[in-house]
Design a protein around this ligand. Structure first.
Ligand code: N01
Length: 551
């Protein structure tokens, strides 16, 4: 691999983002002896865990699994204080990783990549930042995260609101004092479900504006048990390996049976056990056909609905909170601590936006079709332009001046969720059509970084400068991912997984949903066959073969 020709300030690789993915990618590049520059829009490392500082922000994966495995010393020395780490603790962990491996010296903070253009003559990427820096790099590696561009709905009149309007994904760094405030929360996805119980405790009055009720499962958070932690550490190799081969990136899997093949008593007992364990064990540990068969799904959905009815004392409120319009698990279920219990408080009001939609934000509150609710603070827990928002915002232009945004105007097109034809040497860590958000993220991040690292090493060993998928391989992967998704109940449901939460966004199932283990096999097989589906050092642009032409 030769150095970038004619670069003023050239590096081998630019890595965009300094969260879980970016940090490990920088570590890997250094291990390979490649020069790298990281660009990060935030003032510090952490990515998601840097930005999402809202009350109650906490990981939905158990910390012992939601962590790096690449360093044995790191995983042995780090102690998590709770079953699910809070945002400050995960941020502290990532800061520790950055310091322990001396990664900050390669990162430029407060710097956003605003343009990246492939230079065919120089066979490299020309990357521009909002600080006016222009850098050339052989490889461009996106580690921008899947949930980093806030989705801010166009609420009529919001500019007239007298108090602060806070998006959960851009929460202020200084504490937000709400003790004598009337707080409104718009949105009941994971961010809403996590913040609502805490805001209810702090605020004078909390009004929750709910459009779609979500299924929420008790997290059952608790202080870490030192005996269990020691046991995990003693068995980390086997546990991590199980995560890598699993469906969801956790060391447990679905029950292989159909929910409909066992008696109602047995079904109830299985779900009761998983419910008591809490968290992702309920989400990923149920029957195999929960996401593929509506009747089987009803078993899980009815189980959760019954729990809501048991907790929420007021029947009408319980009914508004009960999801009936989508199957369980077809929108990302939330994990909670005393979420449904919060609605038993006298100082919490639930507004059903399906019945009474938002009409406008006023100077002093939010008006629905039947009432104006007085508010001092408005919290938008309205989610993200997921999976492609931050990637496309970089204005990436590949061969022949083709914009990635245009190429993907009907949905993402790539091979293995990793690379897109016409965009040589651009890698997308946890990009669309890879398992990413449909799994425990660090498991998939490490798999992608390792795959990219092996690929770069392969290029170097074999004297190649460029790699790019063939159009045929890409078409095959896009079709395959869609076929897998079509076997599930996911595609028919409006969610951020299907892009339905952002007006005008193409409607596809964005994550690859065949499972982490299956996906890993496909990536490994391509690499083992000499990067099957990719062209190394394409001397000319990789173009679509005319129909019927020989392969
Ligand atoms: O966002 P969401 P999120 N008027 O898109 C509502 C991850 N995460 O930030 O469904 C009224 O899920 C919208 O209503 P509807 C996790 O993967 C992880 O909560 O469109 N309401 C919905 O209720 C999660 O899934 C963790 O009808 C409007 C809500 O806003 C993902 O991030 C913690 C509206 C958005 O829910 C996103 O979760 C938090 C409008 N105009 C998040 N627009 C952890 O692991 C939107 N809504 C810790």
């Amino acid at each position: 691999m030769s150095a970038v020709r004619g670069a003023d300030d050239g590096v081998d690789a630019v890595v965009v983002g300094a969260g879980f993915a970016g940090l490990y990618m920088l570590y890997k590049l250094r291990e390979l002896g490649l020069s790298a520059r990281g660009y990060e829009a935030g003032s510090g490392v952490g990515g998601t865990w840097y930005w999402n500082r809202y009350p109650g922000a906490r990981c939905d994966s158990e910390s012992v699994y939601y962590s790096y495995s690449f360093s044995e010393e790191l995983q042995q020395e780090w102690e998590w204080s709770e079953r699910y780490a809070s945002q400050p603790e995960i941020l502290h962990y990532l800061e520790h990783v950055a310091d322990r491996f001396d990664l900050r010296r390669d990162i430029r903070f407060d710097t956003r990549v605003v343009a990246a253009t492939f230079d065919e003559g120089g066979s490299c990427w020309s990357v521009r930042t909002d600080t006016g820096v222009q850098v050339r790099a052989r490889f461009l590696i996106s580690a921008v995260g899947c949930l980093s561009t806030p989705n801010v709905p166009a609420l009529p009149g919001v500019e007239n609101f007298r108090g602060p309007v806070l998006h959960t994904g851009r929460w202020p760094h200084e504490p937000v004092e709400v003790t004598s405030c009337r707080v409104g929360v718009l949105g009941t996805g994971s961010s809403g479900v996590q913040s609502i119980p805490l805001l209810a405790e702090q605020a004078e009055h909390l009004t929750v504006f709910q459009r779609t009720p979500n299924y929420s499962v008790p997290a059952r958070n608790a202080p870490s048990d030192p005996v269990q932690s020691a046991d995990v550490k003693a068995n980390y190799d086997a546990i991590r390996e199980r995560c890598r081969r699993s469906l969801g990136g956790f060391p447990f899997d679905v029950d292989p049976r159909s929910a409909l093949s066992v008696s109602p008593e047995e079904r109830e007992a299985l779900y009761r056990g998983l419910w008591d364990e809490g968290g992702m064990r309920f989400v990923f540990g149920g029957f195999a056909d929960v996401l593929t068969d509506r009747t089987a799904n009803d078993v899980a959905a009815d189980f959760v609905r019954a729990r809501i009815g048991e907790v929420v004392r007021e029947g009408a409120t319980a009914e508004v909170l009960t999801p009936r319009d989508h199957p369980f698990g077809t929108r990302r279920p939330a994990l909670d601590t005393r979420y449904y219990e919060t609605y038993n408080r006298d100082d919490v009001t639930l507004v059903d936006l399906h019945r009474t939609p938002v009409e406008e934000v006023t100077a002093g509150g939010l008006r629905t079709s039947d009432t104006e609710y007085p508010l001092d603070v408005l919290v938008l827990a309205t989610g993200f332009d997921a999976m492609t928002g931050s990637l496309l915002a970089m204005n990436i232009v590949g061969r022949d001046g083709v914009e990635l945004r245009k190429k993907w105007s009907d949905g993402p097109r790539n091979h293995l969720g990793l690379m897109s034809a016409g965009f040589p040497n651009l890698f997308t860590i946890t990009g669309p059509l890879s398992p990413s958000v449909f799994s425990n993220m660090p498991t998939c991040i490490e798999q992608h970084v390792d795959w990219i690292g092996d690929c770069l090493e392969h290029l170097r060993r074999n004297g190649h400068d460029l790699i790019e998928p063939t159009v045929e391989a890409e078409d095959g992967w896009v079709e395959h991912a869609a076929r897998v998704a079509a076997r599930t109940l996911l595609g028919a449901v409006d969610s951020w997984w299907t892009g339905a939460n952002v007006p005008g966004k193409p409607r596809v199932v964005y994550p690859y949903v065949a499972g982490v283990g299956t996906y890993r096999k496909a990536c490994d097989a391509a690499a083992a066959r000499g990067y099957d589906g990719f062209v190394l050092n394409p001397s000319a642009p990789v173009r679509r073969r005319p129909q019927g032409a020989p392969a």
